[in-house]
Design a protein around this ligand. Structure first.
Ligand code: PA5
Ligand code: NI
Length: 193
C-alpha cells in the first residue's frame, strides 16, 4: 500500500461483459490446475487431468483505485467451465487478513454459486447469475464456483488493506462442495471435514 502511488482523479473503466476484459489493468494472474490441485476432493481425477495437460481454471484482472485518502481495488475474475471429477471449477477461497473488512461481488456473466462461511461454521450459499450482487460480510470466507457451461465472470470491490488469507481454506475447505449430480449443481457435505 505504501509503495502504491495515489491517483486522486476520477477514473473510468469499460469492462467487456462477454470476455471480462478491461484495460488498463494493474495486475493479471492465471491459476492452473497444478496450482489448485489440493482443493479438489477427487485426487484421482486431478492426477488423470494433469496427465493430459494443465488446464487454466480461472484468471483475474485488477485495477487499483487508490487515492491519498482511500484504497479500493476492483477485480474481475473469470472462472472457466469445467469439473475435476464431479466438482466444478472454483476459486481458491479465502478469509480476509483483516477479518472485519467486507467485500461486494457483482456477477457479469454465467451461472455460479458463491459459498460463504464464518470461522464458527455459519455456512451460506448464493446462486449467481448476471446482475446478482453479493455482500460478503466481515468474517466470512468466500469462494465462487462456476456451475454453468460458459465463463463465470464477476467483479469484486474491497479495500486493498483487507488482504487475502488462504491458509485456513486450503487446509479444511468449506463445509459443502458444489458437485454435478444428474447434470445439475448440488451442494453436498465436504467429506474432508
Ligand atoms: O478479492 C476477492 O475476493 C476476489 O477478487 C478473489 O480474490 C478472486 O475472485 C479469486 O478468488 P481467490 O483469491 O479466492 O482464489
Ligand atoms: Ni475476498
Amino acid at each position: 500500500m505504501d509503495k502504491i502511488k495515489p491517483y486522486d482523479q476520477p477514473m473510468r473503466l469499460q469492462v467487456n461483459l462477454v470476455s471480462g476484459d478491461f484495460s488498463p489493468f494493474t495486475d493479471f494472474y492465471e491459476h492452473r490446475l497444478s496450482q489448485l490441485a489440493v482443493l479438489y476432493h477427487d485426487q484421482a481425477a486431478v492426477h488423470r487431468m494433469l496427465a493430459e495437460g494443465d488446464p487454466l481454471l480461472f484468471d483475474g484482472r485488477t485495477s487499483l483505485f487508490v487515492t491519498s485518502l482511500s484504497d479500493f481495488t476492483y477485480v474481475v475474475t473469470r472462472i472457466y467451465p469445467g469439473q475435476v471429477g464431479d466438482e466444478y471449477f472454483m476459486t481458491k477461497g479465502h478469509f480476509h487478513l483483516l477479518l472485519e473488512m467486507p467485500e461486494i461481488y457483482f456477477c457479469l456473466r454465467g451461472q455460479g454459486c458463491l459459498l460463504l462461511e464464518s470461522a464458527e461454521g455459519d455456512f451460506h450459499s448464493q446462486w449467481l447469475s448476471p446482475g446478482t450482487v453479493s455482500h460478503i460480510p466481515p468474517g466470512y470466507a468466500h469462494r465462487a464456483v462456476n456451475v454453468g457451461g460458459e465463463l463465470l465472470i464477476f467483479s469484486a470491490v474491497q479495500h486493498l488493506k483487507a488482504g487475502h488469507d488462504y491458509g485456513k481454506i486450503a487446509q479444511r475447505g468449506f463445509s459443502k462442495l458444489v458437485v454435478q449430480r444428474d447434470g445439475k449443481p448440488q451442494l453436498v457435505n465436504n467429506p474432508r471435514q
